[in-house]
Design a protein around this ligand. Structure first.
Ligand SMILES: O=C(O)CCC(=O)C(=O)O
Ligand SMILES: [Fe+2]
Length: 287
């Protein structure tokens, strides 16, 4: 790692607390061990004040400047983001409709100079995340729209219960709402081997509070979670301000590009690369 890279990392990340350039040292090992433990037990871990607190204002300002570029389209979805086929059993959880009121700013609208962009592409950041997720390597998505996005949840809207397409999700609140907008999740609700429809149904029906954990977040906290297996949502935002969060999407394989339907739904546009590439998927879970 060159001095320039190290300096730029120190400027953004609270490296006193999270020594990304010395993961083999005692402090680095302790940080990675804790993340691994919490991911194993809860499917989620939060690294508080990951971005230097003095950069909170800049983080918020950059996100707020991007938010008007979000593709706004309130739509009816289900937890799997799949089309509801006629032959789907009547009690299938995909038959429960939700209004998705969040909007995404696509990666190609986010300047490379933005704090969230500098983090997303930084090799040391990627190596650190891979260590936390116990993976040899993490790759940025090859998708020009969905690798890094800003999730904008405006007042009165929420991001309803869903599973992610990506196994490993990394996110960071950049602007907290005045009220509501709480992240909630159900650790390990499904697995590659088991969709666990009964408990998914119970959570959607509000009959499984004991499975739901709520996560208070402060801008600049880094959140790692297993969103493909943990059902999760952002509750409706209250008050005058929107909730903004950066979603850093990586994959275990290089060259991953979303299917055609997804970018159309999320960003309102599809690029030639989406038509050209078949989505590279590693399992047969819905969505
Ligand atoms: O904004 C967040 O904190 C979560 C967003 C989310 O779950 C997603 O984009 O899939
Ligand atoms: Fe998600």
């Amino acid at each position: 790692m060159g001095t320039v890279e190290a300096t730029s990392l120190d400027q953004v990340v609270n490296t006193d607390r999270y020594p990304l350039l010395d993961l083999a040292g005692p402090a680095g090992r302790a940080v990675v061990d804790r993340a691994r433990r919490e991911l194993a037990t809860l499917g989620c871990t939060v690294l508080r004040d990951f971005v230097r607190p003095e950069l909170r204002a800049a983080l918020r300002r950059e996100g707020a400047a991007l938010a008007p570029l979000a593709h706004v389209d309130v739509e009816t979805v289900n937890v799997y983001n799949i089309a509801v086929a006629d032959d789907l059993p009547v009690d299938h959880p995909a038959r429960t409709p939700f209004e998705r009121g969040n909007a995404f700013v696509a990666r190609d609208r986010i300047p490379t100079s933005a704090l969230i962009s500098r983090l997303y592409t930084h090799q040391a950041f990627q190596r650190f995340l891979a260590a936390c997720f116990e993976l040899p390597t993490l790759y940025e998505l090859a998708d020009p729209l969905s690798g890094l996005v800003l999730n904008v949840v405006p007042p009165g809207r929420g991001h309803p219960w869903h599973f992610d397409t990506n196994e490993f999700t990394v996110s960071m609140l950049t602007q907290a709402p005045q009220g509501g907008g709480l992240f909630a999740y159900c650790p390990h609700l499904r697995s590659v081997a088991d969709e666990n429809f009964d408990q998914v149904r119970a959570v959607l029906a509000g009959r499984a509070e004991h499975l739901v954990r709520r996560l208070p977040l402060t801008p600049g906290d880094l959140q790692l979670f297993l969103g493909r297996y943990a059902l999760h949502r952002v509750s409706p935002v209250r008050g005058p301000g929107a909730r903004h969060s950066a979603i850093f999407a990586y994959s275990q394989r290089p060259g991953v590009v979303g299917s055609v339907a997804r970018p159309r739904q999320l960003f309102g546009r599809v690029l030639p690369v989406h038509h050209a590439a078949e989505a590279v998927r590693g399992d047969r879970l819905l969505d």
